[in-house]
Design a protein. Sequence first.
Length: 177
Amino acid sequence: TSPANHEGFGLQYVQGVGSFSTFDEFLRLTYGDKHWQSSTRVVYSSSPNDYKYRNRDKKENIYDEDKNIIGSYYPTERNRSGAYKDLHVLQEIYYNTGEGDKFGLNAWYINSNRELAMLSTDYGNDMDFENRQREQTFRGVLSWDRVREKWKVGVKGGYIHTWMAYDYKRDKGNGEM
């Protein structure tokens, strides 16, 4: 991205509330003067993602006393395994020498923890398992640009590190995961 070209301090905060108790929060702090531009952005999103739905992938039969099928229905179930918590932090700092050289630092950090839902045809109890994906990622870029009247040259270098885990646990039938 490019510098905000903002003089002085700035603050922006936005909060969103959605269905299934979903919350999104955004904070941006900026500072700028003749030489420096800085922007810090933080985004946090979370939701238990807990809701009822008619499961059309399962068909439950209704039996009479003689075990004859006399009807059927699609059960109403509850999704309890779609929760997520995501944190994103983006820091940008730019320095302009005023003589055609611009230096920049961009750093982005992600911390994500997401539950993965059971299959809609799983007949097990959703409280008897854990199925989640966790991620921590850092991305950084250093830059230098030299701008003259008729030409521009720049150098950028970056680094990416990602740690990701998939956790799966299921009750063995004895109450232990």
